[in-house]
Design a protein around this ligand. Structure first.
Ligand SMILES: [Zn+2]
Length: 269
């Protein structure tokens, strides 16, 4: 019994030690690492040159970590809302209330357009920054609660407990799910997830940012429904939840990775 209590304490400490930021670093690393495996040779070479030999995995969480720095405040303050879109119940990207500062869809559209149609007019540092942002934002776009409701700030106001600890649904999906589901590093995640056939890859490596975002809206809606159907205030989510939603977690990481490759191949391939 004592052993069990200690194990529980360790698990609780572990699960509560991650703060809310998009997919946590692990999720972004997995998405970027899957993408890296599916880059065309030409795209890989262009990215190697731009990023000075560092990989897209190295920079996958850069946009989260830099956003409070003076560099960011000066040049990119307008991008603070570009990690997500907030969609109230029953709405889609087309019908949701748009944020005047932009969202993950308009942000990605802008960056992609700049890197394709306006490349020659960008400075080197802008090219590099835009690539790093795209790597991060395609990951965020596939994180289900990044299409959460406006009324509760993307699930930040949806109170739940995670293995007994008070948290919210946004934070569960940013990092708690991935860190609880497995104790893998990104390499193990990639090895285990990236095993699908060509047909599946082809079916997801297409489409538009709006369509991809609307997929995320549907997943977010299902996650809200699940919690609301439990019918209890501040419900405790634990092993059963991890079991029930592991498929969704894996799908979002994998599809996000394939689509990031598709975007980078389209720009640089
Ligand atoms: Zn983010």
């Amino acid at each position: 019994m004592k052993k069990f209590a200690i194990a529980l304490l360790c698990a609780t400490l572990l699960f509560s030690s991650f703060s809310a930021f998009a997919w946590g670093p692990e999720g972004h690393d997995v998405v970027a690492a899957i993408a890296e495996k599916h880059l065309t040779k030409k795209a890989k070479k262009a990215l190697d040159e731009l990023l000075g030999g560092k990989s897209i995995i190295y920079y996958s969480s850069w946009m989260d970590s830099i956003q409070n720095s003076p560099y960011w405040e000066d040049g990119y303050n307008k991008t603070k809302t570009w990690h997500y879109g907030n969609v109230d119940k029953g709405l889609t990207y087309q019908t949701m209330q748009k944020n005047p500062d932009g969202d993950v869809v308009t942000g990605l559209e802008f960056l992609t357009r700049e890197l394709t149609e306006n490349y020659d007019n960008l400075t080197d540092s802008m090219r590099v920054d835009y690539v790093k942002m795209i790597v991060h934002m395609v990951g965020d776009m596939h994180c289900p609660m990044h299409a959460g409701r406006l009324s509760d700030r993307g699930g930040n106001g949806m109170k739940v407990r995670w293995f007994g600890q008070n948290t919210n649904l946004h934070s569960v999906w940013d990092s708690k799910m991935i860190n609880s589901a497995r104790k893998w590093g990104y390499i193990e995640w990639v090895e285990q997830l990236d095993r699908t056939d060509k047909k599946f890859k082809k079916s997801v490596m297409r489409g538009t940012y709006e369509e991809w975002f609307n997929d995320t809206v549907k997943y977010a809606a299902a996650l809200y429904d699940y919690v609301e159907n439990l019918g209890t205030e501040n419900p405790n989510l634990s092993y059963q939840y991890v079991y029930d939603f592991s498929d969704l977690l894996e799908n979002r990481l994998l599809v996000g990775g394939y689509r990031l490759a598709y975007v980078l191949n389209t720009i640089f391939g």
